[in-house]
Design a protein around this ligand. Structure first.
Ligand code: CTP
Ligand code: MG
Length: 228
């Protein structure tokens, strides 16, 4: 099964509070975007990589992804994550019959094994994503008051890459945009159609870098010799 990877890196990284978008911040000598791209570069199923970046960073991104041989395009993103994904989807050739992977560039410690697991599950089921069990007890809270405790056994934290048969993701995105629904991940668009989404084991290392503390945590792993 062949796959195209869309790396979304067009967010502003407001919670990071740095002076540039977080995908361009350094982690052990490599920007997060390059580290993410290199994981897909070595994943055997992945044929092409499309990077989606802030409009004013397209030239910078092309330069820093210079060594990525599978790089097919660098395109400008949109206001919401799903707008950025849509720009990436436009670069997948019509009639492509493989799997499209969507990955947060802000998860730079993803590895090829996880990527291949998602591709295989997406090819078999139509859609797949990595998840981690939730370790804390989770409450539903409104205005500071606890409404209820959720059943932790049924809860999972979603990671990326999320993988889809191309035609299924296109249909799901068309429906979400037609219905003016904001989705926070791609699987949510597929769930709305009632199509099955397979959960595969995620990885603690594949954490999303959101705050300065997350970046410091990732630096610790990289210094300790975690694979790039
Ligand atoms: N993303 C994107 N386009 C957007 C918003 C987000 O491509 N309009 C990407 C981000 O670059 C990131 C991933 O989606 O790789 C996950 O988003 P998030 O962690 O929320 O990143 P930011 O939106 O950049 O951060 P923040 O919400 O703190 O501003
Ligand atoms: Mg965001």
């Amino acid at each position: 099964m062949s796959a195209v990877a869309i790396l979304v890196a067009a967010g502003r990284g407001e919670r990071m509070g740095a002076d540039r978008p977080k995908a361009f911040l350094d982690l052990g000598g490599q920007p997060l975007l390059l580290r993410s791209a290199l994981a897909f570069e070595v994943a055997p199923s992945v044929q092409h990589i499309v990077a989606v970046v802030p409009e004013d960073e397209t030239d910078v991104a092309r330069g820093l992804l210079d060594s990525v041989t599978k790089l097919a395009a660098v395109v400008a993103g949109g206001a919401r994550r799903q707008d950025s994904v849509l720009e990436g989807l436009k670069r997948v050739p019509d009639g492509f019959d493989g799997v499209v992977l969507v990955h947060d560039a802000a998860r730079p410690l993803v590895d090829a094994e996880l990527i291949e697991n998602v591709v295989a599950a997406a090819a078999a089921v139509g859609a797949a994503l990595p998840v981690l069990a939730v370790v804390d007890t989770v409450k539903r809270v409104r205005d500071g008051r606890v409404l209820e405790t959720l059943d932790r056994c049924e809860l999972a934290a979603a990671q990326t890459p999320q993988g889809f048969r191309f035609d299924l993701l296109v249909s799901a995105y068309e429906a979400a945009f037609r219905d003016r629904v904001t989705v926070t991940d791609e699987a949510m668009a597929v769930e709305r159609l009632g199509s099955p989404v397979q959960a595969v084991p995620g990885s603690p290392r594949n954490r999303k870098i959101t705050t300065a503390e997350d970046l410091a945590w990732a630096e610790g792993l990289v210094q300790a010799g975690a694979p790039a």
